[in-house]
Design a protein around this ligand. Structure first.
Ligand code: SF4
Length: 220
């Protein structure tokens, strides 16, 4: 018989508000990543945000600061959001995995992609977070977030910018996937980077347009 997969459900509080979840995640031992990370990094933003963005996991800066998207990738995301007509303050940002997974290399900590068991273990936190915020639009940043939310068959390279529904969180009306801003930072060629930034902005505009249409419908 295959071993039973354990997730982090047993660490979640009974009453699930953003405040109780943020406190409870600091005690999570649902997978081994917490053993080397500095702290859990939960999402942050307006509890009533209509736009929620989900990345892969906190990075080096985020692990130290205890806040999501505060490093170089976060700054690039801010730039792309502004260009798409969205202010970060109106959104809620988080990650699929709440602890930083890395490999020490000298004084540096090199990002390691979380594996399927770690993503599975951490998913109850993300689902609880999405249920607490109830966004109108969920934007998956990168393939780890997109596949966690839209399924393993999802390909961000070919399906980015499409308006979809998620089997994981069926109450969210719209899900859009795009590249993670950190992948742009790893692109050495400046022209390709500019092109990829324009594509990221275009995908974020899809989310902005949904929010604009939803606001118009609410006012009618
Ligand atoms: Fe818990 Fe997620 Fe951290 Fe693993 S990564 S210990 S499941 S919060």
């Amino acid at each position: 018989m295959a071993p039973r997969k354990e997730d982090a459900s047993r660490f979640l509080p009974v009453t699930r508000t953003l405040a109780t979840l943020t406190e409870a995640v600091t005690h999570c031992k649902g997978c081994p990543i917490h053993e080397t990370a500095t702290q859990a990094v939960f999402g942050e933003g307006d509890v009533r945000a209509r736009l929620m963005m989900v990345g892969e996991q906190p990075g080096d800066h985020e692990d130290l600061a205890g806040r999501p998207f505060v490093g170089p990738a976060g700054k690039l995301l801010d730039q792309a959001l502004t260009a798409a007509g969205i202010t970060r303050e109106t959104a809620y940002v988080t990650n699929v995995v709440k602890h930083f997974k890395f490999e020490p290399r000298g004084k540096r900590r090199i990002h390691q992609k979380p594996n399927a068991a770690e993503i599975f273990a951490c998913t109850p936190w993300l689902v609880a977070e999405i249920e607490a915020v109830q966004p109108t639009v969920l934007v998956c940043l990168g393939s780890t977030a997109a596949q966690a939310i839209l399924g393993k068959a999802f390909r961000v390279t070919t399906q980015r910018g499409e308006i979809l529904k998620s089997p994981l969180v069926p109450k969210v009306p719209h899900v859009v996937a795009t590249m993670h801003p950190s992948s742009l930072l790893r692109t050495p060629d400046p022209q390709t980077r500019e092109l990829e930034l324009a594509r990221l902005i275009a995908d974020l505009r899809v989310a902005a347009e949904i929010l604009g249409s939803a606001a118009t419908l609410t006012l009618q």
